[in-house]
Design a protein around this ligand. Sequence first.
Ligand SMILES: N[C@@H](CCC(=O)N[C@@H](CS)C(=O)NCC(=O)O)C(=O)O
Length: 197
Amino acid sequence: MKLYYTPGACSLADHIALTESGLSFEADKVDLKDKTTENGGDYAAINPKGYVPALGLDDGGVLTENVAILTYISDRSGRLMPGGDLGRYRLLEALAYISTELHKGFAPFFKPGSSDEDKAAARKTLGNRFALFEEQIDGQEFILGPEMSVADCYLFVMLFWAKGKVDLDLPPNLTSYFDRLSKREGVRKALSEEGLD
Ligand SMILES: N[C@@H](CCC(=O)N[C@@H](CS)C(=O)NCC(=O)O)C(=O)O
């Protein structure tokens, strides 16, 4: 498997998930402006969507979209998925929320020319949307219970942006959750491989 990523982008979630999963993989850095990869690939041909992440599969196929890639990593490794009858659906519920309600909520902070009003409105919305997880994490180790899941990998990146790009004041449970995740070996390894430590 080969992960196509850009340092600090949402593909960091997949990078952390792969590292934590124990699956063997390679990583290839994408220059999003030139649509080239560090190993000399034509990224526009690899992933016509033009954005990261993409996961090159061993049979030559390419999988895109964080929700699909993260679920695939969890299925392939048999790890990073909550247990119980509803575990798989709780995971998809969390991934969908992170993707559509949090990830896309950061758009004004990445889009050149966004107004201060747009950024202020986005900051407020993000604060409200993080609040749901602040309640959910109360008294538990990870977002879906006592075991880490790929949803934690994705939420970690949202918190990483909230601190680094948005300067959002995170509430106490999410602050200690972020600190706990930051200390994990797999998380540190992925950050280090992206030059972010
Ligand atoms: N729907 C995609 C969105 C991925 C996405 O937003 N990627 C950003 C980085 S976080 C990107 O590559 N942006 C560059 C571009 O769109 O040209 C997913 O969830 O995987």
